[in-house]
Write a protein that binds this ligand. Structure first.
Ligand code: THU
Length: 159
């Protein structure tokens, strides 16, 4: 019997410490927060994904009275990007959220379903996606979703 230790390096920084490129993506996600449709939770989430051709695609959470029919910002953005630009891989994504009148104090992390979708996208394009989680001042930078989805399930199990 042995213990498997799981660890990951996640960078925590101030928004002011972000590179110009990362800050641009964060600002883009923040700009689209008003496009969220969140009448039930009142929790607006926005994701901006950057493609390898430099194009930024935005997505927000879109809720539904029948709650499972709604979707998260991350999946809105990824599915839209992959539908519009199937030849271009996603290199980075920024996620921000707004609640109770302002941008949230601490960064939110993607839900389990979104992590699984980000994983599928990384595997599909054979390329990690940098994830920048942002809040009012603080940010977390994750190099690949595999860092926050240990023991992941992917198509390799079908081999
Ligand atoms: N939500 C997202 O859009 N992304 C996340 O990573 C977490 C949660 C949305 C789903 C729902 O519309 C609202 O936030 C509250 O859960």
């Amino acid at each position: 019997m042995k213990t498997i230790r799981i660890s990951a390096d996640i960078i925590e920084c101030e928004k002011s410490e972000l590179s110009a490129e990362d800050l641009e993506l964060v600002k883009s996600s923040e700009n689209f927060l008003p496009h969220a449709y969140a009448p039930y939770s009142k929790f607006s989430v926005s994701a901006a994904v950057k493609l390898d051709n430099g194009i930024i695609i935005n997505g927000t959470n879109q809720e539904n009275a029948a709650s499972p029919s709604g979707t998260c910002a991350e999946r809105t953005a990824i599915f839209y990007a992959n539908s519009m630009y199937p030849e271009n891989k996603i290199v980075a994504m920024a996620i921000s959220a707004f609640f109770d009148g302002s941008i949230i104090k601490n960064p939110i992390t993607p839900c389990g379903s979104c992590r699984q979708v980000i994983l599928e996208t990384e595997k599909r394009y054979k390329s990690p996606i940098k994830i920048i989680l942002s809040s009012r001042n603080k940010c977390l930078i994750i190099n690949s979703v595999t860092d926050i989805l240990p023991l992941d399930f992917d198509s390799s199990f079908f081999d």
